[in-house]
Design a protein around this ligand. Structure first.
Ligand code: URA
Length: 285
């Protein structure tokens, strides 16, 4: 449909269109929008509990449409993810295992499974949150604005995700392999459900050290809430890092929003460089 130039709704239509493009809409599948989350929520539960008849005179409680699976479905999904992850003997196996996993509703709204970028021979593994729109399109982590900043940060300490030389390589992944449609932070349920995949990813890539980019990967690895503005710069050895040193630092997207924090991030990069050069990290537990 083409709106005539003097259509009084033209500006509103253009604004709605650019909002949709910004939100990641890039295909028109039908004239009527479909709420996929409602479709998921309407599916029968794996083992639906027996429903009590409503009390006379009371309206039965309606179940809100939610992307979060019911408890029994969530347990089933966590178990299935753990089994798939355990069966992966190589990184390629693991990528396929994640692509085959259907327990997370985010996958249905995503165009790509974003697994990793860089070389797995790298000494450092960088872990971010989740793909955004650009990463979903490219099928690679950190390719948008925050990825470009991450690349510049890596370059300042002599690392490059294009390099296959372990001395200069960088390996990059995320807590979630699928884009949350609304670009929100990963939920605890999602991080819990998909943890087995990340755990196996760390085991198979076997980096010497890990850098957690922002509060989400920091919280997932340390299994506690993280106030990143207070805790950045710390080197920890959480059990989930498999005994490796883990550096907590700001997420590049936060640095884009708060450029005055770049000096602190620079200190973290210098600390990472020093550890790569053989200095013992100042471990705090
Ligand atoms: N932010 C992330 O945490 N990961 C990406 O891949 C892109 C942006």
């Amino acid at each position: 449909m083409t709106a005539p130039l003097d259509d009084p709704h033209r500006d509103a239509l253009l604004a709605a269109l650019s909002w949709q493009i910004e939100a990641g809409v890039d295909e028109c599948l039908g004239e009527t929008a479909q709420n996929r989350f409602e479709e998921i929520a309407r599916r029968p539960a794996a083992a639906a509990p027996e429903k009590k008849p409503p009390m006379p005179g009371r309206k039965p409680a309606s179940r809100p449409a939610s992307p979060v699976p019911a408890a029994d479905d969530a347990i089933e999904a966590v178990t299935a993810a753990a089994a798939l992850a355990k069966g992966a003997q190589t990184l390629d196996d693991l990528r396929r295992a994640i692509e085959d996993f259907d327990g997370c509703s985010l996958k249905k709204g995503a165009r790509s499974t974003v697994f990793a970028d860089g070389h797995s021979t790298a000494r450092v593994m960088f872990i971010g949150e989740a793909p955004g729109r650009d990463e979903d399109r490219a099928g690679k982590p950190f390719v948008g604005r925050s990825g470009q900043l991450l690349d510049r940060m890596l370059a300042t300490i002599g690392l490059d995700r294009q390099s296959d030389d372990p001395a200069t390589a960088a390996y990059i992944t995320n807590v979630l392999p699928w884009r949350p449609v609304d670009n929100r932070d990963p939920s605890t349920d999602e991080a819990v459900m998909l943890w087995s995949f990340l755990a196996r990813h760390i085991e198979l890539a076997a980096p010497e050290m890990i850098v957690a980019l922002g509060k989400t990967p920091s919280a997932v690895l340390t299994e506690r809430p993280i106030a990143i503005t207070r805790e950045r710069g710390r080197w920890l050895t959480p059990g989930r890092g498999g005994g490796r040193p883990v550096l907590l630092t700001f997420h590049p997207a936060y640095l884009l929003r708060s450029p005055h924090e770049k000096a602190k991030s620079w200190r973290d990069l210098m600390s990472l460089r020093a550890v790569l050069d053989g200095e013992a990290p100042k471990l705090e537990g």
